[in-house]
Design a protein around this ligand. Structure first.
Ligand SMILES: C[S@@+](CC[C@H](N)C(=O)[O-])C[C@H]1O[C@@H](n2cnc3c(N)ncnc32)[C@H](O)[C@@H]1O
Length: 361
């Protein structure tokens, strides 16, 4: 096997270790890495917390296999369980492992360098490949299907919402026109189309197709919906003193994480209430004072770290019952309630995935 540490360098690994280890300092402490990838962070956590066990979730089977191999080589396999699942199945995964509470939940969102570098998965606008973009290659919904099936207004919405693309409408219109002649099949065809639509005088720095590719990737993988319904599941399963630590790589993810954490950091009552009831006191403590960013030397070594925003909170007391109920409800608002059919496929797939739960990778 190639030396994977040169393929994927974990971002802000020292800072992440410092954030998680205080909650792992007891026998049988459990950390869930919701985005195991090639286990760069996971290995560092287990090495720094010798009493802890780690559950590693990833929707990419190839990554899981490589992570398991790395755990073995590092002599950590006995303290590791790999689970093939999407992280919005967090509660189901824990139930399958008979774990009620966990001490740390960690997320390093987005793609691994392996996924970016794998040309045949179509994530990159700079390499020609089929328009796929699935993190989970067992899912049947891919980017080519979005481009061939979504209406002009749906395409416009995802480019605007998920790509913050200024020329969303003209790009969507050009896609619809083009597919009436022949379907868009490759990343190069899509990049060239965007290049023709976006006026040269209005281009931001970088490749003009960057935002369209980001939007498609988010839509194919249901990234923001999954994140939104996973965070409340995590909060409901943290032990008191347990920690939630998240690395985000674009502003939509970071805003979702920040907004979620803010619910437990602020007092939950009208400003003019004279006495704050116990039940309404904050339940999170901030560990990072805003977001931690990578410094120049890390960005120079690893350009993937440039946009990172690392945030962490700890659960400072038992969650009040009304928050528990509220989080249960927002966790349910995931795949099943969104408008696109592929989310339904994902929900249906849960039964299959559960067969993997607890698989020792
Ligand atoms: C940035 S990489 C993680 C890298 C890892 N921290 C390391 O150091 O090797 C993100 C991983 O999360 C996985 N992932 C992304 N979204 C996911 C989701 N909704 N459910 C499960 N895994 C997901 C991807 O497949 C990818 O392997």
């Amino acid at each position: 096997m190639a030396d994977l540490s040169t393929i994927h360098q974990p971002v802000l690994v020292r800072e992440c270790v410092d954030l998680v280890t205080p909650a792992l300092n007891r026998p049988d402490a459990v950390v869930v890495d919701c985005t195991l990838g090639l286990a760069g962070h996971a290995i560092a956590f287990l090495q720094a917390a010798p009493q802890a066990r780690l559950v590693g979730i990833d929707r990419d089977e190839e990554a899981l296999g490589m992570a398991a191999e790395r755990m073995k080589r590092a002599g950590l396999a006995k303290r590791f369980v790999g689970v093939h699942a999407a992280f919005d199945e967090f509660s189901t995964v824990l139930d399958g492992l008979e774990l009620n509470r966990v001490d740390v939940a960690f997320m390093d969102l987005g793609l691994s360098s392996l996924q970016i570098d794998e040309t045949d998965r179509g994530f990159s606008y700079s390499r020609d490949a089929p328009l796929d973009m699935r993190m989970d290659t067992t899912q049947d919904f891919d980017a080519a299907q979005i481009l061939s099936q979504y209406s002009e207004s749906e395409l416009t919405r995802i480019f605007r919402e998920y790509g913050q693309e200024r020329f969303s409408r003209p790009i969507a219109r050009a896609i619809v026109r083009r597919r009436a002649i022949e379907p868009l099949k490759t990343s190069r065809q899509l990049s060239e189309l965007v290049d023709q639509v976006v006026p040269k005088s209005h281009r931001a720095k970088g490749n003009p197709a960057k935002r369209v590719f980001q939007a498609l990737r988010i839509e194919v993988n249901g990234e923001l919906d999954k994140l939104k319904c996973t965070l409340p599941q995590i909060a409901n399963r943290l032990s008191v003193g347990g920690r939630l630590v998240v690395e985000s790589y674009h502003s939509l993810e970071d805003r979702t994480v920040k907004t979620f954490m803010a619910q437990g950091l602020n007092v939950d009552v009208p400003a003019d209430l004279p006495v704050i009831p116990d039940d309404a006191q904050p339940f999170f403590e901030e560990l990072t004072r805003g977001a931690i960013k990578a410094d120049e030397s890390e960005i120079e070594r690893n350009s993937r770290s440039a946009p990172v925003r690392l945030r962490g909170v700890s659960l400072s007391r038992e969650l009040p019952e009304h928050w528990r109920d509220r989080f249960d409800r927002s966790a349910e608002g995931g795949p099943q309630t969104t408008q696109h059919s592929h989310r339904k496929h994902d929900a249906e797939k849960k039964n299959d995935n559960n067969n993997h739960t607890g698989r020792r990778a």
